[in-house]
Ligand binder design. Sequence first.
Ligand code: GLC
Length: 425
Amino acid sequence: MVLLAATACSSSHDGNAVADGPTAGPAKGTITWFANQFGPTDVDVRKTLITAFEKANPGIKVELEQAPSNSDTFRAALTGQIFGGSSGFDVYNGDVTWPAQFGKAGLALALNKYFPASYWKTFSPGLVDSVTYNNMIMGAPLFTDHAFLFYRKDLLEKEHLPVPTTWEQMQRAAQKLQQDRLVKYGFAGQWASYEGLTAGWTEFAADAGARSVNQAGTKATVDSAASLKALTFMRGLITKGIAPQAITTFKEPQSETLFTSGQVAFERNWTYAYADANSPASSIAGKVGIAPLPTFAGQPGPGYSVTGGWNMYLNPHSRNIGASVAFIKWMTGAQAQKTLATAGGEIPTNASVLADPTVQASNPAYPIAAKNKLRARPSHVVAYPQVSQAIYRNINAALTGGASLSRALSKASSAITSALGNSGL
Ligand code: GLC
């Protein structure tokens, strides 16, 4: 039997319709969790968490189904299966950028009715809002992601260079370290044509004072002088040989490998990269510093970090909602969130776990994250997949040298305009 979600609607507190969904049922049996790996590469924290959950809940078994690590590829796999009515998995992990699209398309069950109001108060401020579409709480926040500047502490000390707080300073320090043959490259990030580039672009653009879409989500604003400044700087890192030409094909693993093999001085990456850089497999363990991202000279620091992270969503076709709800609840509770932070190197979403002094002391990323300046990608629009694609395809073309910078921005602008025009909010 296939359960059809979002057919029934009830009234929420403020009178708007909320997709009701089937009742939960008993919390027992086997469920499948469709999730990509998160946290450090050498410890699969998903498995640690499943083992602990099963110990605490002997009536429930969780099977792990490996999902693609690339956010876009994972989303395509999910949408195909859910639209096809698949009940092959119950709970799935999904990016923070998905709630609007998934809410509009009914790709996840609204969680409102399965958890009391007190449950939603356990999350850090703003998180529940970020997963809410049209009063439907589309997912439970599992972990938050920020971007940081990872740097070679040993090399900066050797050359008496400060930790850069502006991009221009980062560029000069990188060039100095390259000239002195201490590293091959100065900077690595994720500039391939995929979601990771939309994240990185949003940061550079925000530092220059630009947005790709206006805050109301109704208009493309990417074709601006401030965007051109950001793009010119990014392309300059490549033409000056500070970033390798191949950065335009880098996703997270390639940028990490360049850094952990000691070939690059600075790396923009997500929270877990700190754990990876200091793991036994890293040739630079113990030599790595972490700082907020820089901004452009003349701007108040720090630079912007995009808001990243992953939520747990419920498949509308799940045949075991009771056990799925119990699993989501446990994964967002104190024990799991502490494990996720201390062993998994990810920022917990549970506010009291994040505030716990032992958690704060376990990873220097957490106290820095508290001071980071955040900027969301324009994922509040339901056409976000098309908007993001318009950004990463055109920015990537400019970065490779395949399109002029101003032409890339005007093409991105028209592609965003048509995506917004086609969707309706
Ligand atoms: C990280 C972030 C996620 C982002 C992705 C891009 O997984 O948590 O929000 O979309 O990287 O590659």
